[in-house]
Design a protein around this ligand. Structure first.
Ligand SMILES: CCCCC/C=C\C/C=C\C/C=C\C/C=C\CCCC(=O)SCCNC(=O)CCNC(=O)[C@H](O)C(C)(C)COP(=O)(O)OP(=O)(O)OC[C@H]1O[C@@H](n2cnc3c(N)ncnc32)[C@H](O)[C@@H]1OP(=O)(O)O
Ligand SMILES: Cc1cc2nc3c(=O)[nH]c(=O)nc-3n(C[C@H](O)[C@H](O)[C@H](O)COP(=O)(O)OP(=O)(O)OC[C@H]3O[C@@H](n4cnc5c(N)ncnc54)[C@H](O)[C@@H]3O)c2cc1C
Length: 616
C-alpha cells in the first residue's frame, strides 16, 4: 500500500511543481496549483505520503526560517530534493503542546542543540510520511538553555542518509501501523537519542538562540502555531470537496435507482422523487456549496495574513486563528456525518467498496482529529468568544467576523418574526449571542468564585462548545447570504442561476434553523404556525431544487476517475459497473474456490457423518 502510494505521490508532486510554475511562476504560493493537485491527490485513495511535506514542511521552512535557512533547507524542500514532515505530536501528547516532552538542550560549547525523546511517551507519533518516506523532518521540541525551559521551537533534523536512506545514528524511526484508512500515508514514529544539530538548524525567523546562549523571544509566541493554521484552512477546503464528491455519487445514483411506486399502480420512480430521499441528498449538496465558498474566503484571508506575518505584522492573526479553527471543525464534522448519511442514501450498494463512499468517509473522518481535535478547537473558539464578549461589555469594536455579536448584543428583544432570510439569519445569530452571554455568565461566575481560568473553561465547556458551534453556523450562513444577496457579481448572473442560488440559500437557512431549533427557542419566541410555515417552505424548496440536483453536482466537475464509483459514474451505468466490479473479485476467478476442498467440504461431510451416526 505504502509503496504504491509513494509512486503515485511522486507523480502528484511532479505535477504540482509544473502547475505551480504555470499558475505562479517563481512564487511560493501553492494554492492555485493545489486546486489542480486536488484532482491528483484524489487519485491516491490510500492517502498521500507527501502531503505533509508539501503542506507543512516546505511552508514551515519558508515561514519560520530566516532567509538564509530558506536558502539552505527550504529551497531544496521546495524542489523535492529532500522530503520532510512536521513532527510535532508525540505518543503521549497531541493536543497539549506545552506538555510536549521532546527536548532540545543548547550546548554553547559546540554551538549545537542536543535533541532527545527521553521517554516512550515522548516519541514522535503520527507525522505523515515519517515512517519510511522522509529523510528530513521538522522536529518540534521544548527548548532548554541551561536547563531552563524557553517554550516550543522547531528544528530541521535529517533522519536518513540522503544516498542510502539508512536511518542515521541516534535515530529510531518506523511506521506506526495499520489504520482505519489512509494506509498509504506512512505515518511514522521517531525517537532521537543525544542527536546533535548545529545551532542554525533551529528555525529562527521569529525567535533566536544566539551563539552565546542568549534567547531572543518571538514578539508573538503563537506564530509558531502558524503551520497548523494553514492546514486548518486546507482541511476546510478538502473536506468540503469530500462532501461534494459523496453528494455527486449519491445524487447520480438516486436518479438511476428506482424503487417503490409513490402512487399505487404507477411505475417505480427514481428514488430521488421520494421526499425523504431528497432530504438526505439535497441538503448535503447545498452544504458542500456553502462550505466551498466559506473555505475560499478563509483561504483569501490566510493569504493576506500570511503575507503580513512574513512582514512581522501579527495584527490579523487572532481573527484568522478563530476562523480557521471554527471552519475546520464545521467542515470536518459536517462532511464526515454527511458522507455517512449519503452512504445510507445509497442503500445496500452504498456499502460496497465499488461505490467508493467508504473510502471517501475514511479520508474525511480523521480531519475531525488531526490538526487540532475538534472538541479542543471548539473550546479554543469558546475562549476567544469569551474574550470578545468582555470587549462588547466594555463597548469596544470587535473583529469583522464577529461584528454581528456587537449588533445583536444591542437588541433588547428579537424583532417581529417575518420568516425572511434576514430574519432566519438573525435568529441563528441571536441564539449564538444568547449562548455566548450564558456561557460568559457561567464562566465568569466560576472565575469570581476563585476558580482558575483554565478550570472555569473546563467546567463551562459544554456552554462554550455550544456558543462556538453557533458562531460557526452564524459565520457560514452570513457569508453565504452575503455572496448570494449582496455580491457585486450578482448582476452578472442569469436570473435562472440566481434563482438556483437563492433556493440554496433558502434551504441552507431553514436547515440550520431546524437543526438548532432547540437552541433558538431558548432565546426567541416563535409560534407553532411560524414553525409549520417553515416546514412547508422546506418541502417546497426541496421540490424546487430537485430538477437542478444533477446539474449542480455536475458543476462540481469531478470526473469518473476521481469519483472512482460504480454508483456515481457520469453515464449512469450503475448496474453494469457493479457487475463488472464484482466479476473482478479474486474469488470469481475460479468456479470452485480453494476453500471448498480444504475446509467447506470436510466440514459438511463431518456434519453429514455425525447426523448418520446419530440416526443409527
Ligand atoms: C501532493 C499535494 C498534497 C496536497 C493535498 C491537498 C489538500 C490537503 C488538504 C488537507 C490536509 C490533508 C493532509 C494532511 C493530513 C494531515 C496533517 C495533520 C498534521 C497534524 O496534525 S500536525 C499537529 C497538529 N496539532 C495540533 O493541532 C495541536 C492542537 N493544539 C493546539 O493547537 C494548541 O496548543 C491549543 C489550541 C490546544 C492551545 O494551546 P495553548 O494551551 O498553548 O494556548 P492557549 O489556549 O492558552 O492560547 C494562548 C493564546 O494563543 C492563541 N492561539 C492558540 N493557537 C493559536 C494559533 N494557531 N494561531 C494564533 N493564535 C493561537 C489563543 O487564542 C490565545 O490567545 P490570547 O492570548 O489572545 O487569549
Ligand atoms: C491521520 C492523522 C494524521 C496525522 N498527521 C500528523 C502529522 O503529520 N504531524 C503531527 O505532528 N501530528 C499528526 N497527527 C496527530 C494529530 O495532530 C493529533 O492526533 C491531534 O492533534 C489530537 O491529539 P491527540 O491524538 O493527542 O488527542 P487527545 O488530545 O489525546 O484527545 C483525546 C480526547 O481527549 C479530549 N481532550 C484533550 N484535551 C482536551 C482539553 N483540553 N479539553 C477537553 N478535552 C480534551 C479530546 O477532545 C479527545 O476527545 C495526525 C493524526 C492523524 C489521525
Amino acid at each position: 500500500m505504502a509503496s504504491m502510494s509513494v509512486k503515485h505521490a511522486i507523480a502528484a508532486a511532479k505535477k504540482l511543481r509544473s502547475l505551480q510554475e504555470r499558475f505562479n511562476p517563481g512564487g511560493s504560493d501553492i494554492y492555485p496549483a493545489l486546486m489542480g493537485d486536488e484532482a491528483i491527490t484524489a487519485l491516491i485513495p490510500s492517502g498521500n505520503p507527501l502531503s505533509v511535506h508539501i503542506l507543512m514542511f516546505t511552508r514551515a521552512l519558508r515561514e519560520q526560517g530566516t532567509d538564509e535557512q530558506y536558502e539552505k533547507f527550504g529551497r531544496r524542500a521546495d524542489n523535492n530534493e529532500i522530503i520532510g514532515t512536521f513532527a510535532q505530536t508525540e505518543l503521549g501528547h497531541g493536543t497539549y503542546l506545552r506538555g510536549l516532552e521532546a527536548r532540545a538542550d543548547y550546548d554553547r560549547g559546540t554551538e549545537e542543540f542536543v535533541l532527545n525523546t527521553p521517554k516512550l511517551s515522548s516519541y514522535k507519533w503520527w507525522p505523515g510520511g515519517l515512517g519510511q518516506t522522509c529523510n528530513y523532518c521538522i522536529f518540534v521540541a521544548q527548548l532548554y538553555i541551561d536547563n531552563e525551559a524557553k517554550g516550543m521551537a522547531m528544528f530541521v533534523v535529517q533522519i536518513r542518509d540522503e544516498e542510502t536512506h539508512m536511518p542515521l545514528p541516534g535515530v529510531h524511526v518506523g511506521e506506526i501501523g495499520k489504520k482505519m484508512g489512509l494506509n498509504g500515508v506512512n505515518n511514522g514514529f521517531l525517537g532521537l537519542k543525544d542527536y546533535r544539530v548545529p545551532r542554525l538548524n533551529m528555525l529562527m525567523r521569529h525567535q533566536q538562540v544566539l551563539p552565546d546562549g542568549r534567547f531572543v523571544k518571538s514578539p508573538v509566541s503563537q506564530v509558531s502555531y502558524f503551520p497548523m493554521v494553514f492546514v486548518r484552512c486546507m482541511v476546510a477546503r478538502q473536506n468540503s470537496n469530500y462532501l461534494a464528491q459523496a453528494a455527486t455519487i449519491a445524487t447520480r445514483y438516486s436518479v438511476i435507482r428506482r424503487q417503490s411506486p409513490i402512487e399505487e399502480g404507477q411505475p417505480e420512480p427514481k428514488i430521488l422523487e421520494h421526499l425523504t430521499q431528497q432530504m438526505k441528498v439535497i441538503p448535503e449538496i447545498v452544504t458542500a456549496v456553502v462550505y466551498r465558498l466559506a473555505a475560499a474566503n478563509l483561504q483569501n484571508m490566510y493569504n493576506e495574513t500570511a503575507e503580513a506575518v512574513y512582514r512581522k505584522d501579527f495584527s490579523r492573526l487572532p481573527e484568522l486563528h478563530a476562523l480557521a479553527c471554527i471552519l475546520k471543525v464545521a467542515t470536518s464534522y459536517d462532511s464526515t456525518y454527511g458522507i455517512e448519511r449519503l452512504r445510507q442514501a445509497c442503500g445496500g450498494h452504498g456499502y460496497l467498496t465499488a461505490g467508493n463512499l467508504g473510502n471517501i468517509f475514511a479520508m474525511a473522518a480523521p480531519a475531525c482529529t488531526y490538526e487540532g481535535e475538534n472538541s479542543v478547537l471548539y473550546l479554543q473558539v469558546g475562549k476567544i468568544l469569551m474574550k470578545n464578549w468582555s470587549q462588547v461589555l466594555a463597548g469596544r469594536e470587535l473583529m469583522p467576523s464577529m461584528a454581528y455579536i456587537s449588533e445583536c448584543s444591542k437588541m433588547t428583544s428579537f424583532p417581529q418574526w417575518t420568516g425572511s432570510w434576514e430574519c432566519l439569519l438573525k435568529a441563528i445569530q441571536y441564539a449564538c449571542v444568547g449562548s455566548i452571554r450564558l456561557a460568559f455568565q457561567s464562566y465568569n461566575a466560576r472565575v469570581q468564585s476563585a476558580q482558575s481560568q483554565t478550570a472555569a473553561v473546563n467546567y463551562s465547556g459544554l456552554e462554550l462548545t455550544k456558543a462556538a458551534e453557533l458562531h460557526g453556523r452564524s459565520y457560514v450562513a452570513g457569508n453565504f447570504y452575503q455572496q448570494i444577496v449582496n455580491s457585486p457579481n450578482k448582476h452578472q448572473r442569469s436570473p435562472q442561476f440566481q434563482k438556483v442560488l437563492e433556493n440554496m440559500l433558502e434551504l441552507h437557512l431553514i436547515q440550520i434553523f431546524f437543526r438548532h431549533l432547540g437552541d433558538i427557542l431558548r432565546f426567541i419566541r416563535i409560534t407553532e404556525d411560524e414553525i409549520s410555515a417553515l416546514q412547508r417552505r422546506l418541502e417546497e424548496v426541496l421540490k424546487e431544487l430537485r430538477p437542478d440536483a444533477v446539474a449542480i453536482t455536475d458543476a462540481f466537475d469531478f470526473n469518473d476517475k476521481i469519483l472512482s464509483s460504480a454508483l456515481g459514474c457520469y453515464d449512469g451505468n450503475v448496474y453494469e459497473r457493479l457487475f463488472e466490479a464484482a466479476l473482478k473479485h479474486p474469488l470469481n476467478r475460479k468456479s470452485v474456490p480453494d476453500f471448498f476442498e480444504a475446509h467447506l467440504k470436510p466440514f459438511m461431510k463431518e456434519n453429514a457423518d455425525n447426523a448418520k451416526k446419530s440416526k443409527l
